[in-house]
Design a protein around this ligand. Sequence first.
Ligand SMILES: [Zn+2]
Length: 272
Amino acid sequence: MRVHHFNAGTLRPLGGRLIDGRAGYLRRSELVCHCLLVDTGSELVLIETGMGSPSVQRPDWLGRPFTVLTGARPALAETAVAQVKRLGYAPGDVRHVVLTHLDLDHAGGLVDFPDATVHVYAEELRALQSPLRSSERWRYRKIQFDHGPKWISYADTGDDWYGFEAVRDLKGLPPEILLIPLTGHTRGHAGVAVQSDDGWLLNAGDSYFFHDQIDPVHPYCPPGLARFERLVQMASTPRKENQHRLRTLRTDHPEIKIFSAHDPTELAQFTQ
Ligand SMILES: [Zn+2]
């Protein structure tokens, strides 16, 4: 399976070194929204959708708190739908979308693929439809789901993937695409594993934010980004446990390419 990597939206939070670990504090950092387009040979599968084309025109699509906090400046050319076209495909040929979770910077582009089947871990769909507390209510943007996505959700994790519980039989998708629950950031957050032509990839979504966080020897996250991570987490213990498991996976299986949603260093390893 051929896999394309792209950035579906740039975030520019203030904080410089506190966010990205590079020199200088009085500047904006750059974070990405790392998406995959998988060409299975017979159809297209989009993994993550970014902020979506309405975010370019409509301030209410993302909401002011998110826009101010993250410095998001959506551009049409960066949206997933524009990137699919740039890669030479028709957006209508995207038959499936797989999401790590339903936050606004991951699910915002669903509206640009209204006919696609949307695969998600069941607990995440429950969190959207029946929020347990206010922090869960505010994080999802109802407006982004008004078009009625064609959900398929999965509760059972009957399979094993390198020691992780996994959902292997995603309806209509080849067995080389799996959901790997990695909860903590949200209630039903999951990674997406893909067996590409170049080996296994694990899109770990927002289960960590900075590339060195899963360094087995010297795990590190810049303090501002670590603070943000704690601020937006739903559950601390599973989040930390899952980061520990990802570190172990990296040690035991360095051949698996693990990456998170917003780290530009990780994205560059695939696009340069
Ligand atoms: Zn995110």
